[in-house]
Design a protein around this ligand. Sequence first.
Ligand SMILES: *Cc1c(COP(=O)(O)O)cnc(C)c1O
Length: 389
Amino acid sequence: MRDFAAELEQRRDQGLYRQRREVDSPQQPELVVDGRPMLAFCSNDYLGFANDPAIIEAARATLSSAGLGGGASHLICGHHRAHHELEQTVASFTGREDALFFSTGYMANMGVISALAGRGDTIFSDRLNHASIIDGCLLSRARIRRYPHGDTEALAEQLAGTEGHKVVVTDGVFSMDGDLAPLAELARLCRTHDALLVVDDAHGFGVLGEGGRGSLSACGLGQDDVPVVIGTLGKAFGTSGAFVAGSSLMMDYLVQKARTYIYTTSMPPAIAAASTASIRMAMAADDRRAHLRNLIDRFRRETQAMGYALMPSDTPIQPILIGGAAEAMALSRALEGHGIWVTAIRPPTVPQGESRLRVTLSAAHTEAHLDRLLQALAVCRQEIGLTAA
Ligand SMILES: *Cc1c(COP(=O)(O)O)cnc(C)c1O
């Protein structure tokens, strides 16, 4: 049998050991973590909806009328009116004909990718795609060709040299870097090479585009350009679950073929109702997006002036690039000493030598919260002796 204990020990030695912290408050900037107050800059609650009273009330009302459990899968007897209403809301929000509600973004990627490609087909996947996309590709049993991050020239060559059914899959906003995929060029390439484009915009919806309609909307791309778009509801929308949107034909196909939609219990209808309320609120949240924009701009300006290395990101995901896993952990711990929580992201989540502090900003952060982060970053730089990036 494998020596599991030794593997754990090795992880510890390499500074790669992962630990969970216990939160004892709703998700919001000011958390109680392991019994201690902390100011967090690491959640994906970009609009501050995770503890929003109106969204909670939508869930509560539906708990009263529809009860708690989903009861069965959508195709048995678990497809509730609240699920249907959410799917209709998502369809109109994303400008697509129809949508499906999945239990998580992870399940959506696994189910959608493995339904749309199979043995003998080829999937082209950006090297920095999310783990759930990678697993969806593996599950499909299709041939997988990874292309260098955002490199449309390399992708064009790969596409030109491949016969048969082709699927290109990418994050819209990359989850650990915060940058955008070259979506317009990807759409053009897919059209030229008769490939199906699938975009997972987990971090774009709610934040980017007019009314928070995501990175595709921000690039002016519609259903004809990107036939399949995936979004999660657990990030900017502050609830739980995920959606896939596209043509009625495509959604019908997925209902027949996406195993993670078919063979799992539907989400509680109350979660669907909360998500419907949340999407409606997100469309009207221009004030929150403007505030978030200001926080992002100020964070970038002031941390770069201190000498920190940021990444080319224009989104609420603002990683501070450190390099070594141990150094990233040291900065995370130093910040914690000042009551600030930013998790260090290390391999294998990011490539070797690219460990970072993944700072995320939220419309729920105030200017005073950002003051505290910036002050702590200035002091911690000295404390741990960071010089160059
Ligand atoms: C978070 C994330 C997912 C997974 O979504 P969940 O609903 O949390 O399972 C999928 N894709 C990307 C790009 C993500 O960042």
